[in-house]
Write a protein that binds this ligand. Sequence first.
Ligand SMILES: NC(=O)c1ccc[n+]([C@@H]2O[C@H](COP(=O)([O-])OP(=O)(O)OC[C@H]3O[C@@H](n4cnc5c(N)ncnc54)[C@H](O)[C@@H]3O)[C@@H](O)[C@H]2O)c1
Length: 250
Amino acid sequence: MQLQEKVIIVTGAGQGIGESGAIEFAAHGAAIGCVDLTEEKAQKTARNITEAGGKAVGIAADVTDFAAIEKAVQVTVDAFGPLSGAFNCAGYIGDTAHIVECSEENWQRVISINLTGVFLTMRAQMPAMAADGGSIVNVASGAGLVGVSGRPAYVASKHGVVGLTRAGALEGAGNNIRVNAICPGSVRTPMHEAVTLKDPDLEAQWAAAHPLGRIAEPLEIGQCARWLLSDEASFITGAVLPVDGGYTAQ
Ligand SMILES: NC(=O)c1ccc[n+]([C@@H]2O[C@H](COP(=O)([O-])OP(=O)(O)OC[C@H]3O[C@@H](n4cnc5c(N)ncnc54)[C@H](O)[C@@H]3O)[C@@H](O)[C@H]2O)c1
């Protein structure tokens, strides 16, 4: 039980990487605050965890709303005790459009959820970890390390998460708060499927673009996060870890 006694908040816990991570952390002993946009999504994952014998509470909150996220942290702490970890997964891919076609509305929405949302969640989480330390794992992307054509806002937001992670690592170190980022390659989730359903050829193209010759399953991201959230990663902070089947090694 790698995460016994840990209290971990997961944003974007309703589906995909966040859902899979929340279930994985709970299976390793952590109590989970499952945060997603709607009550239904947040409660669904919390219910799956509790029905399997784990500890979880579902909380509806928008990561772009600081008051809502602060409350979500408080609800988690009230339910299970001091916050020891966070897996910040909530994200939005936005429209496919080159810079010259990208609307300001799309730009603002993507930046607001993916970058400002991570800033606001860290701003709510770090004070809750200040007394005893903790571990924050932000989900950036391979698009936080290299450019991708046709998704300028997404690429900029994820590069921003990488920078924010490094800044957070320096600022949290005095309170033993470790802050790291995972940069996944393509992962089979509803976000991924929303894109591949429109263009079935993409699935094979993306698989071929990863040297391991396939895309990832959500659990492969959650397993890496589980380790970063555990005490086994006690001297790791400010790290930006590709979990991408070799995509950014090319
Ligand atoms: N799937 C991939 O291939 C891939 C690759 C690299 C990085 N990522 C990143 O991983 C994270 C999770 O991606 P996923 O594929 O599981 O996505 P997903 O769309 O399947 O799930 C994202 C979850 O976040 C929630 N969410 C969206 N906006 C929110 C908000 N404002 N407040 C609270 N919750 C919100 C959604 O409701 C959803 O449940 C994202 O940050 C994404 O950018 C995904």
